[in-house]
Write a protein that binds this ligand. Sequence first.
Ligand SMILES: [Zn+2]
Length: 118
Amino acid sequence: MFGTTLYSAILGLSSKWRISNAAVDESADCVEIHIGTSRDAEFSCPVCNGRTDMVGDSEHRWLHDDLFSMQLKIVARIPLISCETCGVNRVKAPWERPGSNFREGDTDGEKEESNIAS
Ligand SMILES: [Zn+2]
């Protein structure tokens, strides 16, 4: 349907992020995008903005209910970074910015319970 470049633009991805796969399920009006980070990507500490080392990653899922009238699912491996001052934190993904309307959770179920105020 769309190229990964357009998805990158929609999600605000920098060159640190890579879309590894984008699959459209037209019967379900749903797009599932798989995202990881570039091998050489470096992330600053989300707390103090200092230098960090990448110490691992973890898989997270997000769901957007209405992007061009479709559901958009994101499955992403989010780096865990270690800051000398602040310890280990998870990198904030670009699509987590306020107002992006992505909510984190298990995208395979129907609506999971959520504590996110809207
Ligand atoms: Zn820090």
